[in-house]
Design a protein around this ligand. Structure first.
Ligand code: MTE
Ligand code: MO
Length: 244
């Protein structure tokens, strides 16, 4: 019932700290509690049996090109052009809520990079396209006291973080397209974050909130022991080739 190795950041030689250990325990419980619901909900979508792994319930997506489905929420609503909203708020002069059409109407940037998950799988040369996060931050007018960004998701559970400097990199996108298609629901559509140089857990799916903060608020996995600065090959005790 478990289609992939259960790796964790400690498995690569770094001592398994208390937070990672507690996180693993917590996940075991989550897997037991939500796996049946996930399997019911995704039966029509997933060809593989869903299993639990350290970064969430997952299953290999048919025709997914090597991607695996991850969600820490048992079910996630569908949102599209009529009801999708992305709010930018916090320490900004001009908070704003964008519709999907608003985002589609802005200048788009396309990147092609490898994707690396912290559990080991890697998908080569994947195109992502969307609006640079830095563009949305500039439009909002980030205040001088700001230091970081908190990302929230309409699955109601997941969150992520970046420092302001990381968020302003040109290879960080609010992505509308992946693999040269509109991002489908399973991959976090209609809008997900894409942080090219970091492990894929930073790339929050079903993105709905960008809040500018005065300090880093660790995200979902970071509260369970994963590194906040998640550079591929230079974090989480791993030595993968960098992706960007
Ligand atoms: N909202 C949300 N975003 C998420 C996750 C999640 O569980 N929920 N999992 C993360 C992890 S660990 C990975 S590897 C990728 C998986 O993206 P995919 O399902 O498109 O392959 O999404 C990341 N973003
Ligand atoms: Mo992951």
């Amino acid at each position: 019932m478990n289609p992939e190795p259960t790796e964790d950041p400690g498995a690569q030689g770094r001592p398994v700290g208390r937070r990672v250990f507690l996180g693993t325990l917590g996940l075991g419980a989550l897997g037991v509690a939500t796996a049946p619901a996930l399997q019911r909900g995704l039966e029509g979508i997933l060809g593989a049996v869903a299993g639990s792994d350290p970064t969430g319930l997952s299953g290999l997506l048919p025709n997914g090109g090597g991607f695996r489905y991850y969600s820490v929420a048992a079910s996630v609503p569908d949102r599209g052009p009529a009801d999708y909203r992305l709010t930018v708020d916090g320490l900004v002069d001009r908070p704003h809520t964008y519709t999907l059409d608003d985002l589609r109407g802005m200048p788009q940037n396309r990147l092609v990079r490898d994707v690396q998950c912290v559990t080991g799988w890697r998908v080569p040369g994947t195109p992502f396209q969307g609006v640079r996060l830095s563009r949305l931050l500039d439009a909002a007018g980030v205040r001088p006291s700001a230091r970081a960004i908190r990302f929230t998701c309409f699955d109601g559970t997941y969150s992520e973080s970046l420092t302001l400097d990381q968020a302003r990199r040109p290879d960080v996108l609010v992505a509308l397209r992946m693999q040269d298609k509109d991002i489908g629901h399973d991959h976090g559509g209609p809008v997900r974050l894409y942080v090219a140089p970091m492990y894929f857990y930073k790339s929050a799916k079903w993105l709905s909130g960008i809040t500018v903060t005065d300090r880093v608020r660790p995200g979902y996995w970071e509260n369970l022991g994963y590194d906040v600065d998640a550079w591929v090959g230079r974090s989480n005790g791993r030595t993968d080739e960098p992706t960007s």
